[in-house]
Design a protein around this ligand. Structure first.
Ligand SMILES: Nc1ncnc2c1ncn2[C@@H]1O[C@H](COP(=O)(O)OP(=O)(O)OP(=O)(O)O)[C@@H](O)[C@H]1O
Ligand SMILES: [Mg+2]
Length: 259
């Protein structure tokens, strides 16, 4: 999606370079030397079996976890530098989880303005204008006055995406954003993510949605047991994987009943 970076609407995009990343919990070495490079404006889907370390990897990128070894660069920031300005770095990174964690007592609009007002010191008017613009992009401006529990799961997840975008991130991390949703609401969330990708956002997306990965990702990275087993253009990794472990994983994901 790099070619669309010249659009006037395109966000400033940060690349990510992960080198020799190790992370252990006690004796359990979860990441065993990960190298991944994501160019500015690139969309990388991260796939792999449960427990392979995908969430841990994303959490290391915005230093929700402290790696044991290795370096991570996010744009100009070295995330792994003990002296990095974490607040400044995290302002560049939007994160969307499986559970969207909206504030239940706040309206959709308030959910999207609270952080820009508090952290970016935006005026109420400016924050609301930006929030409505982002809600419009995910097709939910008309629901700005609702409370989260008056929305479907898919709508709540789109609010979570809009909320992340109000902070003008240069990198978006998604950790299985659709796996907690009712199937009929998944498509709208994926459509919003695709739109973001087309606008030139740098994205790392952990997902089991192989159709999305194939169509939207520039590259797919397959992880197993803490290592990158295979990576390459999405079409190649998903349709024609070269490694037996990738082939086995995809067979199970694409055909869970083994028929
Ligand atoms: N905070 C933690 N403390 C101890 N062990 C952890 C912690 N977080 C993750 N782990 C362990 O690290 C391993 C990798 O977990 P991780 O959540 O990164 O996997 P994943 O690939 O995201 O899996 P899933 O697809 O199920 O989300 C697992 O064995 C898990 O039990
Ligand atoms: Mg996970």
């Amino acid at each position: 999606m790099t070619q669309q970076n010249t659009q006037p609407e395109a966000p400033a995009a940060s690349g990510v370079t992960i080198t020799g990343l190790h992370k252990s919990y006690g004796d359990n070495e979860v990441l065993k030397g990960i190298d991944i490079t994501v160019a500015p404006g690139e969309v990388v889907c991260l796939i792999g079996a449960s427990g392979s370390g995908k969430s841990t990897l994303l959490r290391c990128v915005n230093r929700l976890e402290d790696p044991n070894a290795g370096t991570i660069m996010v744009g100009e920031f070295e995330a792994t530098d003990p002296d990095v300005d974490l607040d400044a770095m995290r302002r560049q990174i939007g994160m969307v989880f499986q559970q969207f964690n909206l504030f239940p007592h706040l309206s959709v609009l308030e959910n999207c303005t609270v952080t820009p007002r508090k952290v970016l010191k935006q005026s109420k008017e400016a924050a609301e204008a930006e929030a409505l613009a982002q809600l419009d992009k995910v097709g939910l401006k008309h629901l700005a006055d609702r409370k989260p529990d008056q929305l479907s799961g898919g709508q709540q997840q789109r609010v979570a995406i809009a909320r992340a975008l109000t902070m003008k991130p240069q990198l978006m991390l998604f950790d299985e954003p659709t796996s907690a949703l009712d199937p009929e609401t998944v498509g709208d969330v994926l459509a919003s993510m695709r739109q973001l990708a087309e606008a030139g956002m740098t994205m790392i997306v952990v997902t089991h949605e192989m159709g999305f990965a194939r169509e939207v990702a520039d590259r797919v990275v397959f992880m197993d047991q803490g290592v990158v087993v295979e990576e390459g253009p999405a079409e190649q990794v998903i349709s024609n994987p070269s490694q037996p472990r990738t082939q086995d994983f995809l067979r199970r994901v694409l055909n869970p009943l083994g028929e």
